[in-house]
Design a protein around this ligand. Structure first.
Ligand code: NAI
Length: 266
């Protein structure tokens, strides 16, 4: 059939940098983008994990190259982004996904330390990556940035204030840069995942996950990394050309309930 519409849903040939790509949602996103024909820079502090994901993609016939970097080393971010762009010949898509859990009571003696580390990795690394990637993204003609925030970026939980504050920061950074960078042809959006089965939630006992999902999530289960990766893909498509500054919640309906999140038993 002759196509009746103009916009493309293909990222084949696009160059994408995914941070935190050795595990969880980052790995799922790197694999999905490779499946879709993108050339993927797999970046993570976990060198072994990076090598595994790159092998997985290349053995499946995709294109990927790995970079091992701890994003807490802020001064190394810009040179690494330049290296990635030079290796692939540009950069079209940046996925700011790497993040750490950082819970802590406000009165904890370690609070300052937890706050500092959380903000360095969960927020400051995002602006450093964006600043370094921008010259390439704006040359792309259809530059795309997706920041991975959290449902903690739209609501709050006790004992989680450093993480919640940083994730609200990710939403704010997204909105301000969407306004600022729109004129450069670069869109900036963010995803707020709910409870997802990844390395970050691996230590939560299965029973606790089941209870949480049954009581609080309308879909009554945790999400899978690939379900978030598909939402991320939808924001970087050439056809997503008019989506800018959006906050896309991917949480099985967790945050929109008006009954206090207490589901009736089933
Ligand atoms: P994960 O632990 O499976 O993956 C995170 C990856 O980021 C790991 O491979 C880790 O090595 C990497 N990373 C962490 N700190 C780094 C650093 N300093 N430098 C470089 N790489 C680093 O966790 P997940 O869940 O896939 O996390 C991805 C993002 O999703 C994070 O930003 C997290 O805050 C967010 N998120 C996760 C949720 C969940 O339920 N799993 C819910 C909401 C948001």
């Amino acid at each position: 059939m002759t196509r009746l519409t103009k916009l493309s849903r293909s990222i084949a040939g696009k160059i994408a940098l995914v941070t935190g790509a050795a595990s969880g949602m980052g790995r799922a996103t790197a694999c999905l983008f490779a499946d879709e024909g993108a050339k993927v820079a797999v970046l993570d502090r976990n060198g072994e994990g990076v090598a595994t994901v790159v092998k997985e993609i290349t053995e499946a016939g995709g294109t990927a190259q790995g970079w091992t970097l701890d994003l807490a080393q802020g001064e190394k971010i810009a040179p690494t982004v330049v290296e990635i762009a030079e290796h692939f010949g540009g950069l079209d898509i940046l996925i700011n996904n790497a993040g750490i859990d950082a819970s802590g009571r406000i009165q904890s003696s370690k609070y300052e330390e937890v706050w500092e580390r959380c903000f360095t990795i969960n927020l400051a690394a995002h602006h450093r990556l964006i600043r370094a990637a921008l010259p390439y993204l704006s040359k792309s003609g259809a530059g795309r940035i997706v920041n991975i925030a959290s449902t903690e970026g739209v609501g709050g939980s006790a004992f989680s204030s450093p993480y919640t504050a940083a994730k609200h920061g990710v939403v704010g950074l997204t909105r301000a840069l969407a306004v600022e960078l729109g004129t450069q042809g670069v869109t900036v959006n963010c995803i707020c995942p709910g409870a997802i089965h990844t390395g970050l939630t691996a230590a939560i006992p299965d029973k606790a996950k089941e209870t949480f999902a049954r009581r609080r999530v309308p879909l009554r289960r945790y999400g899978e990394p690939e379900e978030v990766a598909h939402a991320t893909l939808s924001l970087v498509l050439p056809a997503a050309s008019y989506i800018n500054g959006a906050t896309l919640v991917v949480d099985g309906g967790f945050t929109i309930q008006n009954n206090g999140g207490t589901l009736s038993p089933s």
